[in-house]
Design a binder for this molecule. Sequence first.
Ligand SMILES: Cc1cc2nc3c(=O)[nH]c(=O)nc-3n(C[C@H](O)[C@H](O)[C@H](O)COP(=O)(O)OP(=O)(O)OC[C@H]3O[C@@H](n4cnc5c(N)ncnc54)[C@H](O)[C@@H]3O)c2cc1C
Length: 426
Amino acid sequence: MVTMGAATCHSPARFAVSCSSNSSASAATGRPLRVAVVGGGPAGASAAEALASSGAQAFLVERSPAGAKPCGGAIPLCMVDEFAIPRELVDRRVTRMRVLSPSNLAADFSRALPPGAHIPMLRREVLDSFLRRRAADAGATLVPGLRGVLEVDAVVGADGANSRVAREVGAGDYTTAIAFQERIRLPDAAMGYYDDLAEMYVGGDVSPDFYGWVFPKCDHVAVGTGTVCAKPEIKRLQTAIRARAGPKIAGGQVIKVEAHPIPEHPRPRRVVGRVALVGDAAGYVTRCSGEGIYFAAKSGRLCGQAMAEEWARTGAVTEAGLKRGYLRRWDDEYLLMFRFLDLLQQVFYGGNAGREALVEMCADEYVQRRTFESYLYKRMVPGEPLGELRLLWRTVASMMRCGVLGREVERLRRVERQARELQLRV
Ligand SMILES: Cc1cc2nc3c(=O)[nH]c(=O)nc-3n(C[C@H](O)[C@H](O)[C@H](O)COP(=O)(O)OP(=O)(O)OC[C@H]3O[C@@H](n4cnc5c(N)ncnc54)[C@H](O)[C@@H]3O)c2cc1C
């Protein structure tokens, strides 16, 4: 028996998963592929569903089925169709996305929204339990915390940003951001304001390297922020996002406070032996937007399909097969998109000048159309040559103009901070 690469994976729930060493012998018996999927979020549930639908025996191990992953819950519209998410699971349909600059200039992303298009907002506890149930309907066995040893042919590590599976197989580390969020129940009138509106706040006050958000849910708003470089300051940043949202969330009652790491980039190794990492465990979150639900579900499905296909073809699951069938396909599809979003983050989140420029550019209809296409439908389509040229020109012009404005905002915020400190001392 070999275990997950080098060692057996022991979770806090005291379970062990091990990969049997002799997969070719098992193929001769004609028995189905056996896979342990560790973690029942969108990545794990989608992997288990893909495996079970292909005739594999999938064991979906979730240690807290009643839990709720801290998350904004915004998904791209294409996920609803691609993953057949029932419409009634969607809490809110956001048709207005407002981006607010450090100086509180607002750009409304709604002009370029195609008719009927929206950003679906869900509660994760609702989405995840639905996806797990569907995996079970397809034939996966749900294991709420495993005891003893489960012997399998392959393992899918879908156990999130603190992945124990990744640690056990020596997949290497990644940098993480910390995201902090409060669920706030608002009075009816205030909730009405956020009926179909989501807000993103950028500025050094709410985050030096990310953004703050107010996302509407069924009966509350999720208000949060994230950062990589100022983790010890996260509570101060959260106070700042609440201050920026100010009167719009006044009178609200905090019903839940939650925080969780968000990976910044993929792990050095995403496949080790017959263990494959997917979703947050692999590091598939876009740095610019912190988006990971869709990529988790897609990577889980792709990985499950790759394992099942290789088993059907060769009677084995191998590292080389997983790299070909899962990693290469994933990288072909998404690597460029992730790199592009990394670049955007570096250009526009570096300081308040860049952020002012970002918001100014967001008012442009062409920018909105391109953003919606790539976010809602996950399409990186080549732009119109003239439109791209205009966009480049606008970017340079905005960066130059906002260099001045941004520096001024920094100066005013410094003065405001000093005044507050003086007041405190008095
Ligand atoms: C505050 C915040 C806001 C966010 N907002 C958004 C957003 O609006 N839109 C978006 O697309 N993304 C958002 N993200 C990112 C998104 O939440 C993740 O990318 C997504 O959840 C990844 O899914 P996953 O299945 O890979 O991992 P997870 O959702 O983390 O699921 C991992 C699962 O594994 C289980 N588990 C862990 N260890 C074990 C173990 N040893 N044994 C058994 N089970 C285990 C956990 O209980 C969990 O259910 C946000 C993240 C944070 C922190």
